[in-house]
Design a protein. Structure first.
Length: 62
Protein backbone atom coordinates (compact mmCIF):
# COMPACT_ATOMS: atom_id res chain seq x y z
CA UNK A 1 0.00 0.00 0.00
CA UNK A 2 1.51 3.29 -1.07
CA UNK A 3 0.60 6.55 0.60
CA UNK A 4 0.74 9.95 -1.04
CA UNK A 5 3.80 12.03 -0.19
CA UNK A 6 1.69 14.85 1.22
CA UNK A 7 0.53 12.51 3.98
CA UNK A 8 4.10 12.12 5.24
CA UNK A 9 4.32 15.82 6.11
CA UNK A 10 1.17 16.06 8.23
CA UNK A 11 1.37 16.69 11.97
CA UNK A 12 -0.47 13.53 13.02
CA UNK A 13 1.85 11.36 10.93
CA UNK A 14 4.85 12.96 12.65
CA UNK A 15 3.32 12.24 16.05
CA UNK A 16 2.64 8.64 15.02
CA UNK A 17 6.19 8.20 13.71
CA UNK A 18 7.61 9.63 16.95
CA UNK A 19 5.47 7.27 19.04
CA UNK A 20 6.58 4.27 16.99
CA UNK A 21 10.24 5.30 17.28
CA UNK A 22 10.07 5.72 21.07
CA UNK A 23 8.15 2.45 21.43
CA UNK A 24 10.77 0.64 19.34
CA UNK A 25 13.62 2.01 21.44
CA UNK A 26 11.86 0.95 24.66
CA UNK A 27 11.35 -2.60 23.40
CA UNK A 28 14.97 -2.84 22.22
CA UNK A 29 16.20 -1.74 25.66
CA UNK A 30 13.88 -4.22 27.39
CA UNK A 31 15.08 -7.00 25.11
CA UNK A 32 18.74 -6.22 25.79
CA UNK A 33 18.09 -6.12 29.54
CA UNK A 34 16.32 -9.46 29.32
CA UNK A 35 19.28 -11.06 27.50
CA UNK A 36 21.98 -9.83 29.87
CA UNK A 37 22.78 -11.93 32.95
CA UNK A 38 21.63 -10.76 36.35
CA UNK A 39 24.12 -8.77 38.39
CA UNK A 40 24.87 -10.41 41.71
CA UNK A 41 26.43 -8.12 44.27
CA UNK A 42 27.43 -10.79 46.80
CA UNK A 43 30.48 -13.00 46.59
CA UNK A 44 28.71 -16.12 47.76
CA UNK A 45 28.42 -18.85 45.15
CA UNK A 46 27.10 -22.38 44.90
CA UNK A 47 26.36 -24.12 48.20
CA UNK A 48 27.53 -21.08 50.18
CA UNK A 49 24.33 -19.25 49.30
CA UNK A 50 22.12 -21.58 51.32
CA UNK A 51 21.92 -21.56 55.09
CA UNK A 52 20.75 -25.18 55.12
CA UNK A 53 21.71 -28.14 52.98
CA UNK A 54 19.13 -29.26 50.44
CA UNK A 55 20.87 -32.51 49.61
CA UNK A 56 19.11 -35.86 49.75
CA UNK A 57 21.98 -36.82 52.07
CA UNK A 58 21.74 -34.14 54.80
CA UNK A 59 24.72 -35.50 56.77
CA UNK A 60 27.11 -35.29 53.82
CA UNK A 61 29.81 -32.62 53.78
CA UNK A 62 29.08 -29.70 51.44
Amino acid sequence: MLLPESLLYTDWFGVLATFVAINTVIYVVLGVIKMTPKIRWGRRTGANRRSQTRSIHPDAAP
